[in-house]
Design a protein around this ligand. Structure first.
Ligand code: 5GP
Length: 189
């Protein structure tokens, strides 16, 4: 996606440990117009797929997910990173965060992810695929059909895609980073 790649090259900043900071337009300050274009592109790529719900993980996935839900008139569910005291019947799984270097639980109420659902997952980044693995597990626990996963940015050198494809799930990324070596952003053209 050309406009996204241009923004990453212009405004993305590389940090120690192969971390790309895009908090000027994606996950801190957000550009709603770009977010809309991102949602439209995901919708175009999954146009022939039956979907009844968009799912994501808090917090950075919520913006593209809600934009898609709005455009498709579909409900959006985000997996929570803290268990609300009012939630009793839930699906739960563990995720390892490579940016924070620790494990945490994600939960979704059994009410909002069921065997009737055909869900598309969207998130800001695909790195090692740990968050994706957690979502694949939650969908399996619910008996929901995970019809695809969409990422705004994929860091191909961290190989998260192989986890998704091994699970037989379609994976689409709008910008693919080949390398962040020497803090230089190298995009796949
Ligand atoms: P994974 O679970 O695929 O290893 O990592 C994906 C999650 O980690 C995303 O939800 C994202 O929030 C965070 N993440 C991974 N790599 C980066 C990065 O380079 N920059 C930022 N800002 N977040 C990242």
């Amino acid at each position: 996606m050309k406009v996204l790649c241009e923004r990453i090259l212009k405004e993305g900043k590389c940090f120690e440990g192969s971390i790309l900071k895009v908090d000027k337009f994606i996950n801190h300050q957000m550009d709603p117009n770009l977010m809309k274009q991102i949602a439209v592109e995901f919708i175009r790529r999954y146009a022939s797929t039956e979907i009844n719900k968009i799912i994501t993980i808090e917090a950075s996935g919520i913006a593209p997910a809600i934009m898609m839900g709005f455009l498709l008139d579909l409900p959006v569910v985000f997996a929570k990173k803290k268990t609300p005291s009012t939630m009793s019947d839930m699906l739960i799984t563990k995720v390892f965060s490579f940016t924070k270097q620790r494990e945490y639980n994600i939960v979704i109420s059994k009410e909002y992810l069921t065997k009737e659902d055909k869900v598309l997952f969207v998130d800001d980044f695909l790195a090692y695929g740990n968050a994706a693995k957690g979502i694949i597990d939650l969908c399996a626990q619910a008996g929901a059909e995970l019809v695809g996963m969409g990422f705004i940015i994929e860091k191909a050198f961290q190989h998260g895609r192989s986890i998704i494809e091994k699970a037989g799930v379609r994976c689409e990324s709008l910008a693919i980073i080949e390398s962040l070596e020497n803090c230089k952003i190298k995009l796949r053209r």
